[in-house]
Design a protein around this ligand. Structure first.
Ligand code: IPM
Ligand code: MG
Length: 365
C-alpha cells in the first residue's frame, strides 16, 4: 500500500477552516484510491509566532524535512502586521520555506470555469466561455532573494536597494519546467520578460530561445511584462502557458486570479527537486489568509482542496485521485453550489458555507 508523509501547515486566518475541508476530501480520496497519508500538523505563520515564538518554528522545519510534501494553508493577519517586516508571517515563514527547499517552480493555474464567468470582473464579451491558463513562476530567484539588499544611510543619504539577479542555470531549469508543461497542454508557451530594459531579461530571453530547440512540439512566443499585463485583461483566452521571473509572476498571477472570478478557486504548487516518487512540493491556495472573513465558516475551501489535488499529482504519484478531486470540484460548481465569493444571485445557485462546499465536493467524489 502506498503511504505518503505530509506536513500540514494550516497557518492563520481562514487557513485552518479551509484546511479542514481539504483533509476531509483527502480522507475520501484515500479510501477510494487505496493509499494512505501520515499527516503531521505544525504551527506556522502568526500561529507559529504565538505558539513557538517565530513564524517558522524549528520543529515545523524538521517535520517538513521528513515529509514528501507540505500542505500549506495561509499565513498573516493584522495581529502580526506591526512586527518588523522580516519577522512577519509572510516573509518569516513562506519565503524561508521556498528557499530552504529550493521550491523554484511555482505552478499557478488560472481557470475561469464557464459556470463562473459572471463572477469575473471582465466584460462578458471578453471573458466569453471562460479560459484556462497556467502560469509558471520562477520562485527562488530574482529580487526576492538577490543580494545585496540594503535599506539605510549611505554617504549622507537614505538609500534602499534590491538586486534582480539570475544565474543562467536558474533560468534553464525553470525553462525546462515550462516547456514540459506546455508540451503536456496545447503546446503554446509565452515567456514574459522586460528584455527592452533589464539585463536579466535579455539572458532570460536568450535561454528560452535556445532551449526551445529541444522542444519542437512547443511554440514559443515572448511578451514584455507590461504588454502581458494588458493582454491578460484584453483577451485572456489567447494564453495557454505563461512563464516568467519571480516578481513579474507575483504580479501577473494576482491579476490572473482576479479575472478568474475568485481567488478562492485557485490552487498552487511550488516544486523543488524530483525523486522517484515525484516532486518535493509545497501546495497552497493562491489567495491569502483573508482575516476579514476568518472564523465565520464562509470562506471558499476550493483553492485548498485543489491544492491538495495538485499534491496528489506531483508529490504522491496519485494522478487518478488528483483528477477525481478536480472533477468533483467542477461537478459541485456545475450543480450550483456557491460560497459567498462566487455567488452572483443567478437562479439555480445554492448558497453554502465552507463546510457546505466541502460536503458538496465530497458528495460529487
Ligand atoms: C504570493 C505572495 C507572496 C509572494 C508573499 C506573501 C510573500 O504574494 O505567493 O504570491 O510575494 O510571493
Ligand atoms: Mg502574490
Amino acid at each position: 500500500m502506498n503511504s505518503y508523509n505530509i506536513a500540514v501547515l494550516a497557518g492563520d486566518g481562514i487557513g485552518p477552516e479551509v484546511m479542514e475541508q481539504a483533509l476531509r476530501v483527502l480522507d475520501a480520496a484515500e479510501k477510494k484510491f487505496g493509499f494512505t497519508t501520515v499527516r503531521t500538523a505544525c504551527w506556522v505563520g502568526g500561529a507559529g509566532i504565538d505558539h513557538c515564538g517565530r513564524a517558522l518554528p524549528a520543529e515545523t522545519l524538521v517535520a517538513c524535512e521528513a515529509a514528501q510534501a507540505i500542505l500549506f494553508g495561509s499565513v498573516g493577519g493584522p495581529k502580526w502586521d506591526t512586527l518588523p517586516p522580516a519577522e512577519r508571517p509572510e516573509r518569516g515563514a513562506l519565503l524561508p520555506l521556498r528557499k530552504h527547499f529550493e521550491l523554484y517552480a511555482n505552478l499557478r493555474p488560472g481557470i475561469c470555469l464557464p459556470e463562473l464567468t459572471a463572477a469575473s470582473p471582465l466584460k462578458a464579451s471578453i471573458v466569453g466561455q471562460g479560459f484556462d491558463i497556467l502560469c509558471v513562476r520562477e520562485l527562488t530567484g530574482g529580487m526576492y532573494f538577490g543580494e545585496p539588499k540594503f535599506y539605510g544611510e549611505r554617504e549622507g543619504e537614505v538609500v534602499a536597494l534590491d538586486t534582480l539577479v539570475y544565474k543562467r542555470r536558474e533560468v534553464e531549469r525553470i525553462a525546462h519546467v515550462a516547456f514540459r508543461a506546455a508540451a503536456a497542454r496545447s503546446g503554446r508557451l509565452c515567456s514574459v520578460d522586460k528584455a527592452n530594459v533589464l539585463s536579466s531579461s535579455v539572458m532570460w530571453r536568450e535561454v528560452f530561445t535556445e532551449i526551445a530547440a529541444q522542444y519542437p512540439q512547443v511554440q514559443l512566443s515572448h511578451l514584455y511584462v507590461d504588454n502581458a499585463a494588458m493582454q491578460l485583461v484584453r483577451n485572456p483566452a489567447q494564453f495557454d502557458v505563461l512563464v516568467t521571473e519571480n516578481t513579474f509572476g507575483d504580479i501577473l498571477t494576482d491579476e490572473m486570479a482576479v479575472i478568474c472570478g475568485s481567488m478562492g478557486m485557485l490552487p498552487s504548487a511550488s516544486l523543488g527537486a524530483r525523486s522517484s516518487e515525484g516532486f518535493f512540493g509545497l501546495y497552497e491556495p493562491s489567495g491569502g489568509s483573508a482575516p476579514d472573513i476568518a472564523g465565520q465558516g464562509i470562506a471558499n475551501p476550493i483553492a485548498q482542496i485543489l491544492s491538495m489535488a495538485m499534491m496528489l499529482r506531483y508529490s504522491c504519484a496519485q494522478p487518478a485521485a488528483a483528477e477525481a478531486v478536480e472533477a468533483a470540484v467542477r461537478r459541485a460548481i456545475a450543480a450550483g453550489y456557491r460560497t459567498a465569493d462566487l455567488a452572483t444571485g443567478a437562479p439555480g445557485e445554492i448558497r453554502v458555507g465552507t463546510a457546505g462546499m466541502g460536503d458538496a465536493v465530497l458528495a460529487a467524489l
